[in-house]
Design a protein around this ligand. Structure first.
Ligand code: ADP
Ligand code: TPW
Length: 576
């Protein structure tokens, strides 16, 4: 760094030069003081030296090829660790590139802090035209849980404490922290700087539910004929695995995991009703949502998908979530761990899921399980989604600790059902927005935060959004295997353009060799055209612990447009 004087320069007599520090040093010191170990980012003016300094100070810096991927990675780190992930971006466009991921993190309730350098305030504010000029804080305000700006080096400690506290307390979300270049370069007295930093105590305090709220919920569940528990990614995030499992197992309540809650209780648990989902939703008379919103992913709780007379219990840290879609008969405001503990304590053997209901669900699960087994056993050529997923499922059952990242349309919908999860917080996917582009960022964070291994199951279109991060994966030698479901199209690959000589809107290059992409950066590429080849490639790639990509050739006619969401496409003239 450029500072000539460091705290070690302190002299003993009064004429000795005073030790100095600057904004960049204070940012690094404040992050370290708050147990941040890794920064995800992409450098340039004015944060390059800040990243260097972070590395020199023992922080890990993971450098990306696009800010969106870097912020997605930090957000995934937040989900996996229950501590805010931290990401560093440059002014203007770099900040904006990251903002999509900050908004996505906020939508998913993942804690993350995007710290961005910004241009000269006195030029930006009068719109005089600066390098990468943008009023970033105002732009971020709309898309983040909160946005703050630090205008003096002496406020850096306060700004970082405030960002961490806001990101992780209550309903977690994305926080934007703006630090102008001038503040990063501002030089202040080192002692004064050190004294201005603080460590956030108990960043996400427990929030206990009122006892009467717990009693109300227990009574409802005790009286239910057809109770159901829906576990969402808020429950996975809460790291209350023990309490959740204890409550579910002692009450024999059937449970349904949302996609990122898969593995919180293993998917092969006898009380899982994932294979009887439609019946469970349609018939349940009392439904307890645990860290899951009644949003589009759950059909907003509407009939006929749901029993119109169902009563809802909802466990959520954000009380304003209650009644957002359906009346909540028993709201339980608090963190999942504290609420489940309260329910355990207030349930004196009152709750026991009735046997006929459990038997009905089990019978339907068996029926649907048999149908699924048949679909998975079919072995058409060219390979289809189920054949490929059967191969991946079988390999992963021998590697149950593998983290799974999943995006695409058909690739997402089919993989969610076929790939069983055995451990909590091991599945990361497109989440609440159904966003494409999380793939490589989430995979990198999973590998960096946990040591891996990671398998990313990607539609070919989905993969394209973050594909350049293959270089990042190779540069850091991360144990990530990317499986690209190559069917040559957004959704399907068989759309012929009959109105012009251009490719159709959903077309991608036929016969593309994604395996060659990773070879450019020193990783291993495989191509699989049969489940057998896919099995062999995935086994080998996982055993190597090194970056690999398997181009998995899928029948271009397989799947459906928009996957399971075909009905969300507007039906105008000519599209009925
Ligand atoms: P899914 O998509 O899996 O159904 P959602 O993202 O819709 O899950 O819901 C997650 C919910 O969990 C959010 O409403 C959020 O407020 C809540 N939540 C997040 N963390 C906690 C926590 N520690 N305790 C309780 N609720 C939480
Ligand atoms: C940021 C719209 C939803 S799914 C998808 C797109 C472009 C890709 C589907 O094709 P893919 O999958 O990945 O090849 P598959 O299995 O059906 O073959 N931009 C963003 N987010 C979304 N959701 C879209 C566009 C979309």
């Amino acid at each position: 760094m450029t500072l000539a004087q460091t705290p070690t320069d302190v002299g003993t007599d009064e004429t000795a030069p005073k030790a100095l520090t600057d904004g960049s040093h204070l940012v690094v010191d404040a992050l370290k003081l708050n147990d941040v170990h890794t920064i995800y980012g992409l450098v340039g003016i004015p944060i390059t030296d800040l990243a260097r300094l972070a590395q020199a100070s023992g922080l890990r810096y993971i450098g990306f090829r696009h800010e969106s991927d870097a912020v997605h990675a930090a957000a995934a780190a937040g989900f996996l660790t229950r501590k805010p992930g931290v990401c560093l971006t440059v002014s203007g466009p770099g900040f904006l590139n990251g903002l999509v991921a900050l908004a996505n993190a906020t939508t998913n309730c993942f804690p993350v802090v995007q710290i961005s350098g910004s241009s000269e305030r006195h030029i930006v504010d009068l719109k005089r035209g600066d390098y990468e000029e943008l009023d970033q804080m105002t732009a971020a305000e709309r898309f983040a849980k909160a946005a703050y700006r630090v205008d003096r080096a002496e406020d850096i400690g306060r700004g970082i404490a405030r960002a961490i506290r806001t990101a992780v307390s209550g309903r977690p979300g994305g926080v934007y922290l703006d630090i102008p270049a001038a503040v990063l370069g501002e030089i202040i007295d080192a002692d004064k700087g050190a004294a201005s930093l603080w460590r956030v105590i108990d960043p996400a305090p427990r929030q206990l539910p009122a006892p009467e709220a717990a009693v109300r919920a227990v009574r409802l569940l005790a009286d239910a004929q057809r109770p159901l528990v829906v576990l969402g990614k808020g429950a996975a995030y809460a790291q209350a695995d023990k309490q959740i499992r204890q409550f579910i197992e002692t009450t024999k309540l059937p449970f349904l995991p949302m996609s990122m809650a898969k593995g919180l209780i293993p998917d092969d648990h006898p009380q899982s009703v994932a294979a009887a989902r439609s019946l469970a939703l349609r018939e349940a008379d009392v439904v307890m949502l645990v860290g899951a919103r009644l949003n589009w992913l759950l059909g907003h709780g509407h009939a006929p998908q749901w029993n119109p007379d169902a009563k809802f219990i909802q466990v959520d840290i954000e009380a304003a979530e209650f009644d957002s879609n359906q009346p909540i008969a028993a709201p339980l405001a608090g963190d999942v761990g504290s609420v489940m503990q309260a329910l355990i304590e207030h349930n004196h053997g009152d709750i026991m899921a009735p046997a006929p209901w459990r038997a009905a669900l089990a019978a339907r699960s068996d029926q649907n399980g048999a149908k699924m087994a048949q679909r998975l056993a079919a072995d058409p050529h060219p390979m289809q989604f189920y054949g490929a997923l059967r191969a991946i499922r079988d390999v992963l059952s021998a590697h149950p600790k593998t983290y799974v990242v999943n995006e695409g349309a058909n690739t997402l919908d089919f993989a969610r059902n076929v790939i069983d999860m055995h451990l909590p917080r091991h599945r990361l996917d497109s989440g609440t927005w159904g966003i494409m582009g999380i793939g490589m960022g989430y995979a990198i964070a999973a590998a960096v935060e946990t040591g891996g291994p990671v398998v990313a199951i990607e539609g070919d279109s989905a993969f394209g959004f973050s594909g350049m991060e293959l270089e990042t994966i190779c540069r850091y030698h991360l144990p990530i295997v990317v499986v690209v479901f190559n069917n040559g199209g957004v959704y399907k690959g068989d759309d012929i353009n009959t109105v012009s000589t251009d490719p159709s809107p959903t077309a991608l290059t036929v016969g593309a060799r994604h395996d060659k992409l990773i070879e450019a950066f020193g990783g291993t590429g495989y191509r699989a055209t049969t489940p057998g080849e896919l099995t062999a490639a995935l086994h080998e790639a996982l055993a190597s612990g090194s970056p690999a990509l398997i181009d998995c050739v899928i029948d271009p006619t397989a799947g459906t447009e928009s996957g399971h969401l075909t009905n969300l496409n507007p039906k105008g003239i000519g599209h009925a």
